[in-house]
Write a protein that binds this ligand. Structure first.
Ligand code: G6P
Ligand code: MN
Length: 448
């Protein structure tokens, strides 16, 4: 098996240590020759990278090199795979994305509704730059992108790099949900074969089978209805916010029992409840700053101080393992099935062919080979078309620097609906994002 050179873009992320633990866990699945961290923030990355180096020395001695850099050439030359996890504006801007809509009585969420739009508008330009940089130094590398909001980012990359078939956008939410199904069934997630369709953070499991072909869907639904639904992945298992989110699946299933929903549908189906549950001074970004970010930094400092991992507890999470298994299936032509984001091209026969959809695909060295979904029913199609129009309008607006299209996008979004609310939120978002967003114009070409 060829050993891979991996670059992690956004090396300073709070997810990096978890990814490192997953790379160690999966070293037989996806053996590495080198790991290179790349980040634009040298200070933030250094702490995480130094701690990672110590972990890797202990637990992955066969790895030849671990390095970190802020230089693009060093980062990408010779890379076989690049995992991209950037967050333009950081958690500070995530907090703005959450608080601004809430002030107007609307859902404040990282990837859904106005927050997702704002974050998308910050991410698109940086993501295009990242892909151009990678292609300059590593024309053949696989780019696995899990930068959010994945739906909007994937649509922008589709338009910007139409010929590039080695960019794959992925989200770990379906997998994180499947970890809970597996627990319910007393199985391993890797034994489960999902049937799923949707847009990113906007989809449904229509069925779950095991590898022998047994249908497990009804057992899962029954268990959720009778015993409830909780997160099981190590990263979120004890997190009150994620516990609430998984609980909401019970409600969704009671109202819409046909399919098993992605947790993110809660924001679109229960927007008022979601607003009510939020505290504006303690939105998710604040919780992550005080929780995961602190934890990862303290843990890294401890590792560096001890020059060992003896005094810390390190855990493998599904986010990392999923990405790594996806990468391995692409690298070694394994043809395993994973849920990924791809251009529709007839997969869902009654949705536009240029939609970026989230579906299971066999991953081969020639790329993802998605399975046909066929026609979807009216309810799901209706919901998805509205959401897709929102996503398309956001990307149109970015290219055209159009205020009017953002106004249309927000008004269309199920979490906003009222035009005056859309306008008020949009104007606040423009102000908060002036260091990040392109300048916007009305159709009359007058600056806003
Ligand atoms: C899931 C989603 C990601 C999202 C993350 C946020 O993993 O798939 O797209 O970024 O949740 O989690 P957090 O704990 O930061 O709110
Ligand atoms: Mn996601």
């Amino acid at each position: 098996m060829k050993k891979q050179n991996l670059t992690i873009t956004g090396g300073g992320s709070t997810y990096t240590i978890g990814m490192i633990m997953s790379l160690i866990e999966e070293k037989k699945t996806f053996p590495l020759r080198s790991i290179t961290f790349y980040d634009t923030d040298a200070g933030r990355q250094e702490k995480i990278a130094r701690a990672s180096e110590i972990i890797l020395k202990e637990k992955y001695p066969e790895l030849e090199t671990v390095s970190w850099t802020t230089d693009k050439k060093e980062a990408y030359e010779g890379a076989d795979f690049v995992f991209v996890q950037i967050r333009t504006g950081g958690l500070k801007m995530r907090e703005q994305d959450e608080q601004i809509p809430l002030r107007h009585g609307r859902v404040g969420q990282e990837t859904c509704g106005p927050g997702g739009m704002a974050y998308g508008f910050r991410s698109i330009g940086d993501m295009i730059d990242v892909v151009n940089d990678i292609r300059h130094y590593a024309p053949e590398a696989w780019i696995l992108n899990y930068t959010n909001p994945a739906a909007i980012v994937a649509e922008a990359l589709r338009r910007e790099f139409p010929e590039d078939n080695k960019i794959l956008n992925i989200c770990d939410m379906p997998a994180a949900i499947m970890v809970s199904y597996a627990k319910i069934l007393g199985r391993e997630i890797w034994d489960l074969v999902p049937e799923y369709f949707g847009l990113n953070h906007f989809g449904w499991f229509t069925d779950i089978y095991d590898k022998e072909g047994n249908r497990l869907t009804d057992d899962i639904k029954r268990a959720i209805t009778e015993d409830g639904f909780i997160p099981e992945d190590s990263e979120i298992v004890n997190d009150p916010s994620w516990i609430k989110t998984f609980k909401q699946v019970e409600t969704m299933l009671s109202h819409f029992p046909e399919y098993l929903p992605n947790t993110y549908l809660q924001y679109y189906l229960y927007p008022s409840d979601m607003v009510e549950k939020e505290e504006i001074d303690n939105t998710r970004a604040r919780q992550v700053i005080n929780g995961r970010e602190k934890r990862v930094h303290t843990l890294s400092e401890q590792i560096i101080e001890d020059n060992s991992t003896e005094n810390v507890e390190l855990e493998v999470d599904i986010h990392g393992c999923y990405m790594i298994r996806v990468a391995a299936s692409l690298a070694y032509n394994r043809g395993e099935t994973y849920i990924v984001i791809v251009e529709n091209n007839g997969i869902i026969s009654n949705m536009p062919s240029d939609a970026m959809v989230e579906v299971p695909a066999a991953l081969t060295s020639r790329g993802p080979k998605p399975f046909a979904v066929g026609e979807i029913k009216t309810f799901y199609k209706g919901l998805m078309e509205g959401q897709l129009a929102f996503e398309k309008l956001v990307v149109d607006a970015w290219y055209e620097q159009s205020y009017d299209k953002l106004m249309q996008a927000l008004t269309l979004n199920r979490t906003v609906v009222d035009a005056p609310a859309a306008k008020a939120i949009l104007d606040d978002l423009i102000e908060a994002n002036k260091d990040f967003w392109p300048e916007l114009y009305r159709s009359r070409q007058e600056a806003v």
